[in-house]
Write a protein that binds this ligand. Structure first.
Ligand SMILES: [Fe+2]
Ligand SMILES: [Fe+2]
Length: 203
């Protein structure tokens, strides 16, 4: 994958791309930092393919996991402070880093673009009417080049051919995985499943 280092022009963030990259480098372990760089590049490629603003895809890809390494305590405090759905307290970091983490992205990185914030908020659970940008971040996170799990090649193929079908594929795989492992399912994930999978034409 050829690295694309965009020069930001739309002021989705007050920072330059390099300044934003440095914020991510300090917020994350090196392993996760490398992951967000790969998600960014994957998202930019998909944005070009699907007619979405690559700069939005770059910012959203970089910041999607910004909050991933915050403590449970900080997330719980944020849920209370912003009067978010108390049911969130029954879940953990896997849900919180997106569904709550977007607030930290907004407050700490000065990103106010609603499309980018929503792409962060829903990047693990999805929702009924995901925009192209949201679909791109959802898929880029799933298929970035270091991902290696049964089905990832199929996910990559679908993502390049039909974004909505790829969203359906990931949503179904995630639900199957959670159920197979007796893990709790965040209600929004079921909503996403009902909106994207039954009518998708997925095999
Ligand atoms: Fe994530
Ligand atoms: Fe991620």
């Amino acid at each position: 994958m050829q690295t694309k280092e965009l020069t930001y022009q739309h002021h989705y963030t007050p920072l330059t791309r390099l300044e934003l990259v440095e914020k991510l480098r300090s917020a994350l372990t090196d392993e996760r930092f490398q992951h967000v760089l790969r998600v960014e590049q994957t998202a930019v490629d998909l944005a070009e393919r699907y007619g979405v603003d690559p700069e939005r895809a770059s910012v959203a890809g970089l910041v999607h996991d910004y909050a991933k390494q915050r403590s449970d305590k900080e997330f719980i405090e944020t849920i209370h402070k912003y009067h978010l759905d108390p049911n969130l307290l029954n879940y953990g970091n896997a849900i919180w880093h997106g569904v709550v983490g977007w607030i930290l992205v907004k407050n700490e990185l000065g990103i106010n673009d609603i499309e980018i914030l929503k792409a962060v908020e829903y990047h693990t659970v999805g929702h009924e009417t995901m925009t192209k940008l949201e679909q791109i971040v959802y898929m880029a996170d799933y298929i970035e080049p270091h991902r290696n799990f049964p089905g990832v090649e199929q996910a990559r193929k679908l993502t390049n051919e039909d974004l909505a079908l790829a969203v359906a594929y990931q949503t179904k795989q995630t639900l199957v995985y959670l159920v197979d492992n007796n893990r709790p399912v965040f209600p929004q994930t079921v909503v996403t499943y009902n909106s994207w999978v039954p009518k998708s034409g997925l095999d």
